[in-house]
Write a protein that binds this ligand. Structure first.
Ligand SMILES: Cc1cc2nc3c(=O)[nH]c(=O)nc-3n(C[C@H](O)[C@H](O)[C@H](O)COP(=O)(O)OP(=O)(O)OC[C@H]3O[C@@H](n4cnc5c(N)ncnc54)[C@H](O)[C@@H]3O)c2cc1C
Ligand code: FES
Ligand code: FES
Length: 1446
């Protein structure tokens, strides 16, 4: 409780002792930390379950629940702890992931559901998902509702990103809490509902009885609880005891032993068993039953602390060295503060201020929370509308608008409904839960989603100041310029008056962003019109509906939100018809005229969106008038035009997975082939899984921050660290001159400097490192280092490099087969073209980081987030000049890698090691998200120039390709990436003659690097784009053109490898079968076309402004490192006398389930349950000289190595096994006996892949993995917005070691591939984007770089594994699965292109068109070529394509 013992005249407590509760425990908040966030403090306090993924509110990894007392009851809300000011938690109950369940005490039902459904892979995002879901359930229970809807569940996850899973398993896991589907209604849902309800009752009651039940696990005597408590099976559907084998038990191993299911889908039913009639089988197929389920904590919830109930918050003043934090509790206090401090920064939800503090170097000495001022939270309903306090949160505002829409006659609340809908797409739930109405308005962002609505809807802003009357300003006059408003420094926004609409008044919201969920608009708009029936023209008798009043406002088209005055003038007084619309559209071109290279770019698109929105509004009003006034309003819309105004609808995601568990023993001992969930799942869902940033630090640890280049290419004239060294807490600055060993590094070529010496060659290159006692001090120090440069010419794009002839000349690889000249001569057609493929940021949720721990005599331990510990050992040792045997690199797990943590993390480790060496103190370096994205490289952007010859019937006779990659400022792995691109440029097609030549461009961006697929996807899609062009050129079915080219058994690829075990056609046919039905190969495509194609065509016929598209893409992916040396792996297996085994191998667990599979292999071989095998970490002192965990090859390599080690131990145990059988010994007894007899129970295993030759030889790959996918999309022609309606994937993964994990990789890979090609756009400061600083990456955080969200995954998502395709060339006949599915995301790309063809067809355009990747809404919309877009493309040359960084 704050003790107001010494009050200032204003009533602020001077010696306040701020408190909060965390997970039911009382804490005193530290003083003097006004600038700190809740996340910083939680993590400093050891609660590291809450993760730092981005620090800007964009990833949700830091989600916690805040509960406070308001309106006589407890309110719960999910918030981003990274944006929540520490002192905003004063008097609040903070619930973190640790507070709701743990492995030891039992998982909370939400945690258990996620773990059981394979919903965590790397696990870094997982606590955030758990807390979003948990907060929703608590909120629903507090409202007295039984369950949220499935839509609510998906919506509450919009602010949480996952880069691994593809979301489907997460959605499946949480869907059960909606209890909408009996087949998915699990014990977890039952337990959670009971717990939440009990907690809600207890929290909101003050009776002793209810309070006494706080925190006590419910033993409610229900059948479900009793059964669970007794370890009996519980039907997931009915919650009743049941013996049909599909339920959840408390006993850890019992359910696991129960796991072998026949081929099944998540909607299938078991064939036998005394089923209680529930949905056991569905849960079983989901992996819930087969998993080794941990205890589910039935219903214990952290209860709102008694002390906080009914507590009246006091006015606070908390002063500190950097900032004084005020929390006024009256308007008078706030206005007095405002008058007293010119520099007072008001803070609502901190979602703007927090960003300014972190990323824009803002510092505010006085900050005042507006959250506790009652006048700012007031809501008044009058007969003219509503008045909403400026401090009302966006969530509350949305609720209020919807409540009013439900209460009032519908016509009165059209503006409210529009604003509520706009809020649905405003940020994620966490931001809306704290962000305020006033904060949004006062920020005056030109892309605010709400301000255009307020301006168009005639809203009035009310401003308060001390000693003056409240001033009212119409919203349409409030915004003066870029982030300038009509508000004096002494004023604040008090409230907002939103009027009702009249009976013939219509209002609508519009927003188009790169991504639908949680994204900032490219263009948005608010539109309102009031029609009146009057004589159409002077003297005319005819009555027409004329525009009596109109408001049209746009965001995203100028430095401020604007009213479209010219367009409004063209509408005023005119009849609501097509002629008026046309005139308004012409006038609009004067209002909205964004130059192509204006800040934000995309000029043509933004202009066309403005027109599209107006057109949509016109259609919307026509439809509404036709319905409301059928007698007097003449229908004016041509057939199919209603689709322009079709409301967005997205049903909940449904997933089906078909697979076959293949236990490889019949005696029940098999552990391989089963659906075990991720070994760390329980730790991940409970926040206990430790990542590098979570490791407890020794007391004398220093923190590092990097001084990096702000120039893409420049001479370093002077580096002056004097000012930095004077700052409190800063301990030292280190640069190239301080490197004790070798300053040169590089995995293939030694062409990189750890610290730049004379010249910098990219923005973000490390010049030096500052170390300090705290991380903020280190960052302040790094910013204070002054660097003088002399600019040199910089090359950013592939085009720049080609023009300047800037290549890595030592690379000269190419491949050629067949007679190209003859092929071109035999062709009926020869076409040439160039396609562009953008880069892709890895966006692993855990940024790169390390801790360097010096121990005695120049020994070092490196705790690292790398996927290549040995490489890091090598280069850190060489930088420090110490032998490798004195430096151990350890990696427990990493929060995603995808190739980005193989080599591009090396320089960070090396740089951090230098101060550790000199100071002999531990040094920790964790990159911020924006630093990581700027510094560490991405998937290589590619350009492919091609020449293809083909016959009239679509047979390719010759194909030449030049592949150009943007390698960046160093060689890194670019040659190996290009080699793989060359070898995949045939996709699955046998071309009689093919030549492909690789060129690595040297540019001044951060060196690009490995990324899932490692160049393969770039080669694969280049071939697909060529095939698509051939088909479209000939107006033939793309499938029928592709089909005759498909590889068959025995075919030889263009690099000379014979196709063995070729599954191209089974996957192709399997995908067609899954998606549409077929009989025989030839007929397959016809049947598919009949079923799916005809349905798509019929839809397109009926809808002018929405088009569907359909596409199938196949894949083949070669498995093996093309550097032969890397095709080796080691493992170390220890068996202990208690019968457990500790396995260590050279691979890193990064979410792909490698450790789980290795444990299965070891358990299977040793004949013990998988629960007896543990894998602690990857460490270079246990298994030396390991290859990077990359290339999908780790299961193959380490699986065989583990097998080898186990077999050695088994060999030594042979005599004891014989005795064990006789004497009934357990494995532990057998091991003990062997130990007593001095038998070595430890073995090192090793494997080297036989026969592989590397690039240039006849077997560069050990084998191929095959797959195919069919996708269907729906495109909004007017905006480029789209939805992925359905995807069917078929993959050949041999006999999977763990089918559930493989399916997780397939779904995750598919969604990531789809993201690369359809969503994720990188924007560099290059010629195409002069508004970005040269060489700087604009898209360096989740705010600007958009990976898929749960809203982007296929609504109907089906995955099938081919059965009976054992692979003789890998462990247990399995196949690698990490990278191969990635390319299948291209089916969405080609489906989108197919939809654009339909739109072009409707616009009278025919023939092939170029679509570069990513197929952003901008590219899609501008390609549709209709009359609304045409004016904005006037004067463009034939073949014009939107600008992109490449
Ligand atoms: C991840 C993320 C996603 C976002 N998505 C969207 C989006 O989709 N659409 C969109 O429009 N915006 C978006 N934003 C921007 C932001 O969230 C909103 O503008 C939000 O409404 C700001 O409210 P706040 O209370 O958090 O503002 P704060 O950061 O607390 O304050 C913002 C500014 O307003 C001032 N201020 C606050 N209250 C008052 C008052 N009563 N009187 C005068 N000045 C005041 C503050 O001093 C400050 O200058 C997003 C931000 C983030 C971080
Ligand atoms: S870390 Fe807070 S949202 Fe990303
Ligand atoms: S499991 Fe979600 S980011 Fe890795």
């Amino acid at each position: 409780m704050v003790r107001p013992s010494r009050l200032s005249p204003l009533g602020f407590a001077d010696d306040a002792k701020p408190i909060c509760y965390v997970n039911g425990k009382r804490y005193s908040l530290p003083l003097g930390r006004g600038e700190a966030t809740l996340l910083q403090w939680l993590r400093e306090s050891g609660l590291t379950g809450t993760k730092l993924g981005c620090g800007e509110g964009g990833c949700g990894a830091c989600t916690v629940m805040l509960s406070h007392w308001e309106g006589g009851r407890v309110q719960h809300r999910a918030v981003n702890a990274c944006l929540c000011p520490l002192y905003a938690a004063e008097g609040v109950h903070v619930v973190t992931v640790e507070g709701i369940g743990s492995v030891r005490d039992g998982l909370h039902p939400v945690q258990a559901a996620l773990a059981n459904s394979h919903g965590s892979q790397c696990g870094f995002c997982t606590p955030g998902f758990v807390m979003s879901m948990y907060s929703l359930l608590r909120g629903v229970a507090a409202e007295g509702r039984e369950a949220p809807s499935e839509e609510e569940i998906e919506e509450c996850l919009a602010g949480n990103l996952c880069r691994c899973t593809g979301y489907r398993p997460i959605l499946d896991a949480f869907k059960v809490f909606a209890k909408a589907d009996a087949a998915a209604y699990t014990a977890e849902a039952i337990a959670a509902a009971r717990g939440m309800a009990a907690a809600a009752a207890a929290e909101n009651s003050s009776t002793p009885a209810a309070a006494a039940s706080n925190g006590t696990p419910a033993t409610d005597g229900t059948a479900a609880a009793a059964a669970a408590a007794n370890g009996k099976m519980v039907c997931p559907s009915s919650g009743l005891p049941c013996d049909c084998g599909g339920g959840v038990t408390k006993a850890a191993d019992a359910a696991g032993a129960n796991g072998a299911a026949a081929e099944s889908s998540s909607s299938s039913k078991a064939a036998d068993g005394t089923c209680c009639g529930g949905g056991c089988c569905a849960a079983k197929a989901n992996g819930a039953a087969a998993a080794a389920a941990a205890d589910v904590k039935p219903s214990s919830e952290p209860i709102f602390p008694k002390e906080l109930k009914g507590r009246r918050p006091a006015a606070l003043r908390l002063s500190g060295p950097l900032c004084t934090w005020y929390r006024p509790t009256t308007l008078e206090q706030l206005l007095t503060l405002k008058a007293a401090h010119n520099d007072l920064k008001l803070v609502g939800g901190n979602s703007e201020v927090g960003i300014e503090l972190k990323f824009k170097d803002a510092g505010y000495r006085h900050m005042a929370a507006v959250t506790h001022v009652p006048e700012l939270s007031q809501i008044k309903v009058t007969d003219r509308g509503i008045e909403v306090g400026a401090g009302v949160t966006l969530t509350r505002l949305q609720e209020l608008l919807l409540q009013q829409a439900a209460k009032q006659p519908p016509h009165k609340t059209r503006g409210f409904a529009a604003a509520a809908e706009q809020l649905r797409w405003f940020a994620g739930r966490q931001i809306r839960n704290t962000g305020t109405l006033g904060g949004n308005i006062a920020t005056a962002s030109p892309i605010s989603d709400l301000n255009p609505l307020w301006m168009a809807f005639g809203v009035v802003f009310r401003l308060a100041s001390q000693g003056r009357r409240v001033r009212e300003v119409p919203a349409s006059k409030f915004f003066l310029g870029y982030r300038q408003v009509d508000m004096a420094p002494w004023e604040l926004l008090l409230s907002v008056r939103i009027p009702f609409t009249g009976p013939t008044e219509f209002a609508k919201e519009f927003k188009q962003a790169p991504r639908r969920d949680d994204d900032i608009a490219i263009v948005n708009a608010g539109m309102r019109v009031r029609l009146e029936q009057r004589p159409a023209a002077e003297g005319s008798e005819e009555q027409a509906w004329l525009v009596a009043d109109v408001g049209i406002a746009y965001g995203g088209v100028a430095p401020k939100t604007i009213m479209a005055e010219k367009a409004m003038a063209a509408l005023r007084g005119q009849p609501w018809n097509k002629a008026t619309l046309d005139a308004a559209l012409v006038a609009l071109r004067e209002d909205v005229n964004v130059a192509p290279t204006a800040p934000g770019g995309r000029g043509e698109y933004r202009n066309s969106l403005a027109a599209s929105f107006l057109f949509k509004f016109y259609v919307h009003v026509c439809l509404a008038m036709e319905a409301a006034h059928p007698d007097s309003f003449k229908p004016q819309l041509p057939a199919g035009y209603a689709s322009a105004a079709a409301p967005y609808h997205r049903p909940p995601v449904r997933g089906v997975q078909f697979h076959h568990e293949v236990p490889q023993a019949t005696d029940g001992s098999a552990e391989v082939g089963k659906d075990y969930r991720h070994m760390s799942a329980d730790l991940q869902v409970s926040g206990q899984a430790q990542y590098t940033d979570d490791v407890p630090l020794p007391p004398n640890t220093l923190h590092a921050a990097f001084v990096t280049s702000s120039k893409p290419h420049a001479k370093l004239l002077k580096v002056d660290a004097a000012a930095a060294l004077r700052l409190p807490g800063v301990v030292g600055f280190y640069s190239a001159k301080d490197v004790p060993g070798d300053n040169m590094i590089g995995p293939i070529m030694h062409d990189e400097e750890v610290f730049a010496t004379d010249t910098v060659t990219c923005v973000g290159q490390v010049i030096g490192v500052v170390v300090a006692e705290t991380e903020p001090a280190a960052r302040r120090g790094a910013k204070a280092v002054k660097v003088d440069y002399e600019d040199l010419p910089a090359l950013i794009s592939i085009d720049d490099a080609i023009a300047a002839g800037s290549f890595y000349e030592q690379y000269g690889n190419s491949l050629e087969t067949g007679d190209l000249e003859a092929g071109f001569a035999a062709a009926d057609h020869v076409l040439e073209g160039t396609l562009k493929l953008g880069g892709q940021e890895h966006f692993y949720l855990e940024p790169n980081g390390c801790i360097v721990l010096p121990t005695e005599d120049d020994e070092y331990t490196l705790i690292s987030s790398t996927q290549a510990p040995t490489k890091h050992q090598i280069y850190v040792a060489s930088t420090l000049g110490v032998p490798m045997h004195k430096l151990v690199c350890k990696t427990k797990r990493i929060g995603g890698g995808f190739g980005g943590k193989e080599t591009r993390s090396i320089f960070i480790h090396c740089a951090a090691a230098v101060p550790a060496y000199h100071l002999r103190r531990p040094v920790k370096a964790i990159l911020d998200r924006d630093e990581d994205m700027q510094m560490t490289g991405t998937r290589h952007p590619f350009q492919a120039s091609y020449k293809v010859g083909f016959t009239n019937d679509g047979r390719v006779t010759a194909l030449h390709m030049d592949l150009y990659s943007n390698a960046g400022n160093s060689w890194d792995l670019s040659s190996a990436v290009m080699d793989r691109a060359l070898m995949h440029s045939d996709c699955v097609y046998k071309f009689p003659a093919q030549r492909v030549v690789g060129h690595m461009c040297r540019t001044n961006i951060a060196s690009n690097t490995a990324f899932r697929g490692f160049g393969g996807p770039q080669g694969l899609i280049a071939a697909e784009m060529v095939m698509e062009r051939v088909a479209r050129h000939l107006s033939k079915c793309p499938l029928l053109v592709r089909q005759p080219h498909l590889y068959k058994e025995g075919d030889v690829t263009h690099f000379g490898m014979v196709m063995e075990g070729c599954q191209v056609i089974p996957c192709w046919e399997g995908a067609i079968e899954s998606a549409g039905g077929w009989q025989q190969r030839r007929e397959a495509v016809d049947a598919f076309n009949q079923q799916r194609r005809e349905a798509v065509d019929a839809f397109n016929q009926q809808h002018r402004w929405r088009k569907r598209g359909l596409a199938l893409t196949p894949t083949k992916f070669g498995i093996a490192f093309t550097k032969v040396t890397y095709n080796q792996g080691g493992a170390l297996v220890h068996v202990y006398t208690d019968g457990t085994a500790l396995v260590t191998h050279g691979g890193v667990e990064m979410g792909q389930g490698l450790h789980t599979k290795m444990a299965q292999v070891a358990a299977h071989e040793l004949g013990v349950p998988v629960s007896k095998v543990f894998i602690a970490e990857t460490s270079t002192d246990k298994v030396p000289n390991s290859s990077p965990t990359a290339g999908s090859a780790s299961t193959d390599l380490y699986g065989m190595a583990v097998l080898d080690a186990c077999r050695q131990i088994n060999e030594r145990l042979k005599p004891y096994r014989a005795q064990a059988a006789e004497k009934g010994w357990s494995f532990a007894q057998m091991a003990t006996q062997a130990y007593m007899d001095r038998v070595d129970l430890s073995a090192h295993g090793f494997y080297a892949t036989p026969e592989v030759t590397g690039f240039g030889g006849p077997r560069p790959f050990n084998y191929f993995v095959f797959g195919a996918a069919v996708s269907e999309v729906e495109l909004d022609v007017l905006t480029g917005d789209w939805q992925l309606l359905r995807s069917d994937i078929v993959m050949d993964v041999g006999n999977p070691i763990n089918p559930a994990i493989d399916i997780g990789q397939i779904e995750g890979g598919f969604v990531q591939g789809m993201g690369w090609l359809c969503l994720e756009e990188m924007v560099w400061g290059d010629k195409a984007h002069p508004w970005v600083r040269p060489g700087h990456l604009f898209t360096k955080g989740p705010g600007t770089y958009k990976i898929p969200t749960a809203n982007d995954v296929p609504i109907d998502f089906r995955v099938k594994l081919l059965t009976n395709t054992p692979n003789p060339r890998a462990v247990h006949s399995s196949k690698a699965v990490g990278e191969p599915p990635f390319h299948l995301g291209s089916s969405a790309f080609f489906a989108l292109k197919d939809a654009v063809y339909a739109a072009r067809d409707a616009a009278g355009l025919s023939g092939w068109f170029q679509l570069d990747a990513p197929a952003t809404p901008e590219k899609l919309r501008l390609a549709c070529g209709d009359e609304l877009a045409a004016p904005y493309l006037e004067g463009k040359e034939e073949g014009w394509r939107p600008l992109m960084s490449c």
